[in-house]
Ligand binder design. Structure first.
Ligand code: TYM
Length: 329
């Protein structure tokens, strides 16, 4: 059975981008793969969260994973910092990661621009930590959204390089994966760019219906098509992309037809989109509320995941240490 690894940073509640880019694939994969899904709390330290916020956010994501349908009996669900083997592998892989390639990573350049007063070494070596998450379990497939493509490419590079340096076909070379065929990007509601936790343009699974209505009604649009069959403008295509994820196919087709005929009414489009998002998120929101209160259950899931993840990680670390030449006397 092929191994699958993926994680999400605990930097805020899960939004529709996280769901459709990642979690939706997790749910399907847990049925037929050996899955490891974790909460990337080491990764979230690059922005120096307050300890109380960090703990609360980890609990929230764990509750959200479970509310979405991740099943601890089918997949190994754990917290990254419960696996110190990941930190050790990061240290080892850091020796084979070069400054130039790390500095050229798009996410590093973006973060360095966004937080110029905190360009820490963790930001630079972020792709190495991510590679360690994946390689520690010898993953073959990694379900992620489009924004993680370059990080996956670097993981493959680090794995290949390790195999070459030590002249051994050791690490499995992982592939990014999505059931949609290609990795997807759910756009934000602000007309451009992707939906993100820090971009302020997201719809969260835990949002109340009224909050969702407000956000969708405020979504950026334009003055509308004036010539029949004109190409769909970016802000409207963004709404269509979200609609494609949450609405029935025929609903989307109807709005597209109206757009082509210049009869589309953006108010109607937004109202329908908001109601379809609410219909999709409401059962999940209700489960999140219930599960997040059940501390004993969350503790049990985390402990069980830690134990199973540890078994897999310890095997890899033992083998890597031997390959490198750390041998007992
Ligand atoms: P993070 O926490 O930013 O996002 C978690 C997952 O959600 C996907 N995603 C999206 N997909 C489509 N459209 C969007 N607008 C959108 N926004 C987010 C991301 O692609 C990701 O799959 N570095 C990772 C976490 C990580 C990881 C790993 C992932 C750490 N180690 C190992 C896979 C394997 C991150 O910051 O994701």
């Amino acid at each position: 059975m092929e191994t699958v690894v993926s994680g999400i940073r605990p930097t805020g509640n899960l939004h529709l981008g996280n769901y459709f880019g990642a979690v939706k694939n997790f749910l399907k994969m847990q049925e037929s793969y050996n899955c490891f899904f974790f909460i990337a709390d080491y990764h979230s330290l690059t922005t120096h969260p307050h300890p109380d916020d960090l703990h609360g956010n980890v609990r929230q994501i764990l509750s959200e994973y479970l509310a979405c349908g991740l099943d601890p009996e089918k997949a190994t669900i754990y917290i990254q910092s419960d696996l110190p083997e990941v930190a050790e592998l990061t240290l080892l892989l850091n020796m084979n990661a070069y400054l130039g390639e790390l500095e050229r990573t798009t996410s590093f350049k973006e973060k360095a621009r966004k937080q110029p007063n905190n360009v820490n070494a963790g930001l630079l070596t972020y792709p190495v930590l991510m590679a360690s998450d994946i390689l520690i379990h010898q993953a073959a497939k990694v379900p992620v959204g489009k924004d993680q493509e370059q990080h996956l490419e670097m993981t493959r590079k680090f794995a290949n390089r390790f195999n070459r340096i030590y002249e051994i076909d050791y690490f499995t070379i992982p592939q990014p994966f999505s059931f949609d065929g290609s990795l997807i990007k759910i756009p934000g509601l602000d007309g451009t760019g992707k939906m993100g936790k820090s971009e302020g343009n997201g719809i969260f699974l835990a949002d109340e219906p009224e909050a969702i209505r407000k956000k969708v009604m405020k979504a950026v649009t334009d003055s509308g098509p004036s010539v029949p069959n004109s190409p769909i403008s970016e802000p409207i295509q963004n709404l269509f992309t979200i609609m494609e994820a949450v609405s029935k196919q025929e609903v989307l087709e109807q709005f597209k037809e109206d757009y082509a005929k210049c009869t589309i009414r953006y108010g109607d489009l937004k109202k329908k989109l908001a109601e379809d998002i609410i219909a999709f998120t409401t059962p999940i929101r209700e489960k999140i509320l219930a599960i997040s209160k059940d501390k004993a259950y969350l503790r049990k899931v985390a402990a069980q995941g830690k134990e199973k993840a540890h078994q897999s990680a310890a095997k890899t670390i033992k083998e890597v240490r031997e390959i490198i030449g750390f041998k007992p006397f």
